[in-house]
Design a protein around this ligand. Structure first.
Ligand SMILES: Cc1cc2nc3c(=O)[nH]c(=O)nc-3n(C[C@H](O)[C@H](O)[C@H](O)COP(=O)(O)O)c2cc1C
Length: 192
């Protein structure tokens, strides 16, 4: 059985290190047999969540993003750290996709519940965005995902990537492969 994994980058910046890392992880997931959907949050028109917007005009792109997540066996988030946490771009997307649609109950969490998740970060700091990942792990657990223990941080990201987009250091490069492998294995087990 082929597992489907969506890879979500938490940055839309031109030249984003996290998008570069997301692409490496997506390629690794594919090489290890997963069906991968690359999610560019810039392609989704997501207003800042508000209850009034939700009640009167549920954004079509929020429904589209949620529907995409619902179809997956697992999700991989690759995100920058902003002031010790995750960027509002990503938190807002996670929040919209957590909302009930149709006749779902309030905490149905159909985009997330019981599915495998993995997290990675790249940062220009020597800490690699580790604090942001701690928040992201907690949030994904709150929406009932099974977040695998493996994670990847790429510190000093401005100097970490080679011309061809690969990681210069063997350690983070091998952790990308290992994390992808475990995500596939756990997604497979959970969706069996
Ligand atoms: C508002 C803001 C806050 C930031 N806070 C942190 C931080 O707390 N820790 C960190 O490692 N980098 C921080 N950065 C720097 C980001 O790591 C850097 O901009 C990185 O390139 C963003 O990821 P990207 O290349 O994928 O867009 C911050 C950047 C911004 C814009």
């Amino acid at each position: 059985m082929m597992v489907s994994i969506a890879v979500v980058a938490g940055s839309t910046r031109e030249g984003s290190y996290n998008r570069a890392l997301a692409e490496l992880a997506a390629a690794s997931l594919e090489a290890q047999g997963a069906g991968v959907t690359r999610v560019d949050l810039g392609a989704f028109d997501l207003p800042l969540y508000s209850a009034a917007t939700e009640a009167t005009a549920f954004p079509p792109d929020a429904a589209r993003l949620k529907a995409l997540f619902v179809q997956q066996d697992g999700l991989l988030f690759v995100s920058p750290e902003y002031n010790g946490s995750l960027p509002p771009l990503l938190k807002n997307a996670i929040d919209w996709a957590s909302r009930p649609t149709g006749d779902e109950g309030l905490v149905a969490l159909t985009a997330y519940r019981g599915k495998a998740a993995a997290i990675m970060a790249a940062s220009i700091s020597p800490f690699g965005g580790l604090r942001g990942l701690m928040h992201l792990r907690q949030i994904l657990s709150t929406v009932q995902m099974i977040v695998i223990p493996e994670q990847v941080v790429v510190p000093n990201a401005h100097a970490a990537f080679a011309e061809d987009g690969s990681l210069k250091d063997a350690l983070p490069a091998s952790l990308v492969e290992q994390t992808a492998a475990r995500l596939i294995a756990v997604a497979k087990a959970l969706s069996a």
